[in-house]
Design a protein around this ligand. Sequence first.
Ligand code: NAP
Length: 474
Amino acid sequence: MYINGNWATAADTEFEIFNPATGAVIQSLPDGGAEAARAAIDAAASAFKTWRATTPYQRAEFLMRAHALMLERQEELAKVMTAEQGKPLRAAMTEVKYASDFLQWFAEEGKRVYGEIIPSARADQRFYVLHQPVGVVAAITPWNYPISMITRKLGPALAAGCTVVLKPAEATPLTAVETFKIFEDAGFPPGVVNLVTGADPKPIGEEFTTNPKVAKLTFTGSTAVGKMLAGKAAANMKRVSCELGGHAPFIVLKDADPVHAAKGLQLVKFLNTGQACISPNRIFVHREVLESFLETFADRVGGMKAGNGMEQGVTIGPLVNEAAVAKVENQVKDAVAKGAEVLCGGQRLIEGDLGQGHFFAPTVLNNVTPDMLIYREETFGPVAAVVPFDDDDDVLAMANDTHYGLAAYVYSQNLTQAMRLFEGLEFGIIGINDINPASAAAPFGGQKDSGLGREGSREGLQEYLETKVGGFSI
Ligand code: NAP
């Protein structure tokens, strides 16, 4: 833990962090609770008094130093991430770069927090609008993107002039520790960034949502936990942002290039072993292009190599834990029992060393229908569920038939159809013939049960600012 510029060197109780590819214990860390969270919040509240008074240019210098250090230590960070999270080293390297983008982009954007002068109906009056940092930010992040979910919150919060307390996921705190070493080496003053690790998130979450010194809660994780924490934070009138679960439709229309779509799907579906909030969960393919789409897709998926992400040539890592494998297995069994066809994969991988970790074969299911669990539940695993359809006009309603609203993808060569879907889809992030509609510069976030607020972009900075108006009589 890193509180008020000091690392906790020992603790009465510690918790273990496991490698999901091998089952081995990597390291132990201090098991913090409400008391540690309170100490970190006190440190952040005290540091806020001076940090808020720094200029955006000064804050940008700290962030740019952290950005440079993150790139310098890219491989080191990626190795830690692969060990505790499981993704192939190359994917971990890409995530570190993506994470560093948020530090750089918000360092610059912090300089553009402009106010406003509003004309008054009274000749003697002027309205001045000022944006100021909200105060102490409590942040909670998930295990699937262990570093970029941290900088996507801390980049804008620090640029805006807020101070922060972070609780990373129990499964991936080591990447967070390495990230905070970077903040320390970049020279952030004591108390500006604080890290609390722990095995039981409940007491920490309770402190974050009830402590009067916390001005804002920012959470990324499951919809169930997000709703519960947002409810508690709202009862104490704290600002809240939530990035939650998803159930992305991936739509291949009649006029799409099916091979291009299948190649794109293979890349985005199996990203992070399917453990991504923007992972396609229902793949709607027009029957006229189904055969050629499935041929390319199943062929590519069948060629993927599962294994320890540290090994050369591995393209798909383990799932995070046994519960995740059991969930995926249950969804596949349920789908098959209700008539889905397995085109490849479909089972756990237990041969040789794979038996030590949490592996499930990259899987393609065809003829998925709305009565199957996989059609409704977030899978968070390497299973592509294909739903054939007959009429382009029906697919919008089918895609919107979910309580989630994070990402959606459309493949079409018809501009009118693509625009109709872009405008009609009830989702916050939409890729049109594009599988990566995310960047530090673009707003990221969901509608419906997928969240509140946006991260990245100008909007992501506003989440950490209060608006103040002054009426001046002259
Ligand atoms: P999760 O169980 O909700 O956990 C997320 C974080 O919340 C972890 O740090 C966890 O701590 C903490 N947490 C759990 N229960 C808590 C409580 N009672 N009080 C305070 N904190 C609590 O979600 P997950 O399984 O780690 O992450 C996967 C989910 O995140 C998926 O639904 C995915 O779609 C979503 N996600 C969304 C985005 C997005 O941008 N929209 C990005 C990535 C992931 P512990 O680890 O200690 O349990």
